[in-house]
Design a protein around this ligand. Structure first.
Ligand code: UD1
Ligand code: UDP
Length: 352
């Protein structure tokens, strides 16, 4: 059986690390990777392939840095050509980026069965580009691999056939467990001489593309008595420059870092503050409290369990959350057992 995997953005490389490692135990399944080039900086792409042993993509496209329509359109056109050439039995996509949707559309138009890993997630905010990408991809998938019963229910509510839905847990938990053993302290960390610190990431369009919101977020973070380490996504860097914002002095900005260093910071920080989907879950996997800079999240189970607090972008709310963090201890079963990749492959192996 031949699978073409389409990926293109940072969180997809990380998910692919688990899948591509597990696939080695399935000699009957051959994977061909297509990288759309949505993310293209060395520290947004190559670093993950190198340090996580992800196989080199057979096809490397160059579609990054464009508007949504242009990017998705270029991806669709080029992926279609590749699928016609490769004639795979199945196309596999991860998550909710433009690369996900382009891979899904290219597959369905050629009548190639589609597998969606991390299906069923919903924020119920249709102004998020990711929400549209998820809904459309799920509607045209043949295999929907969901991380939780809640995400299965979201799909059932949208009329998706229960026989297509498989609860396998979160593939990012597989990755977290495996790489915790291999985490690496960033070389610059000791120079900061920090006893305690908050780890922060910000990149969501809803926060970065509004000068007022981004300014409020930095004002909120500025109130923290603890230092904050902020590996800065290129999108956010660009917006900070465009808006001429100054970074508060308690925030250490670093370039985007590799996954092994990211895990080290997640394991050693005192608190995670983020608008990232993946980082919200990793906070939980490493037993850290999370303050989420969004009004809603797809990962509702963590909020319902009292492990994650949604604060949005207002400085006052962020300030309150930073001083009154008092969450419950986590339990480690919300998103499965860390064997999602194996479960997915066991299902695909018997695919007819
Ligand atoms: C994308 C995904 C988002 C995901 C995020 C992970 C969509 C709609 N959004 O958002 O769901 O959470 O990736 O990080 O697909 N840029 C660079 N170098 C890079 C990558 C990006 O400079 O290597 C800059 C460019 O100016 C680019 C901007 O960041 O235009 C935004 O990149 P894009 O891929 O469009 O969206 P993300 O915000 O990264
Ligand atoms: N990440 C990383 N280096 C960074 C920031 C994030 O390795 O500088 C990892 C993070 O640990 C998680 C993934 O990138 O595994 C999350 O990706 P991102 O926040 O870009 O996207 P999202 O999950 O919100 O779609």
């Amino acid at each position: 059986m031949k699978i073409v995997t389409v990926l293109g953005a940072r969180p997809q490389f990380i998910k692919a690390a688990a899948f591509s490692r597990a696939i080695k135990n399935y000699p009957n399944i051959k994977e061909v990777i297509v990288h759309t080039g949505q993310h293209y900086d060395v520290n947004m792409s190559n670093v993950f392939f190198d340090e996580m042993d992800i196989p080199t993509p057979k096809y490397q496209l160059h579609t990054g840095g464009n508007s949504h329509g242009a990017m998705t359109g270029q991806q669709l056109e080029k992926i279609e050509e590749i699928l016609i050439l490769e004639k795979p039995d199945m196309v596999l996509v991860y998550g909710d980026t433009n690369s996900t949707l382009a891979g899904a559309l290219a597959a369905i138009k050629l009548h190639i069965p589609l597998a969606h890993v991390e299906a069923g997630l919903r924020s119920f905010n249709r102004r998020m580009p990711e929400e549209i990408n998820r809904i459309l991809t799920d509607q045209i998938s043949s295999y929907l691999f969901v991380p939780s019963l809640g995400s299965k229910q979201n799909l059932l509510n949208e009329g998706i056939d229960a026989n297509k839905i498989f609860v396998v847990g979160d593939i990012m938990y597989d990755v977290s467990l495996y790489y915790k053993e291999k985490m690496v302290k960033p070389t610059w960390f000791d120079n900061l001489k920090l006893k305690e610190f908050i780890l922060c990431t910000i990149h969501r369009a809803e926060n970065t593309d509004d000068a007022y919101k981004l300014k409020e977020i930095f004002e909120g973070l500025a109130t923290s008595e603890k230092s904050i380490i902020l590996p800065l996504h290129p999108r956010t860097l660009k917006k900070i420059k465009d808006y001429n914002l100054s970074i508060p002095s308690n925030i250490y900005v670093v370039d985007p870092i590799g996954y092994l260093e990211m895990v080290w910071l997640e394991v050693h920080c005192d608190l995670v503050v983020t608008d990232s989907g993946g980082v919200q879950k990793e906070a939980y996997f490493h037993n850290k409290q999370c303050v989420t800079l969004r009004e809603e999240t797809e990962w509702v189970e963590l909020v319902e369990a009292g492990l994650n607090r949604l604060v949005g972008h207002e400085a006052k709310k962020i300030q309150e959350a930073l001083v009154s963090v008092n969450f419950k201890d986590g339990n480690n079963n919300i998103y499965g057992a860390g064997d999602a990749a194996k479960k997915i492959l066991d299902i695909l192996e018997v695919y007819k």
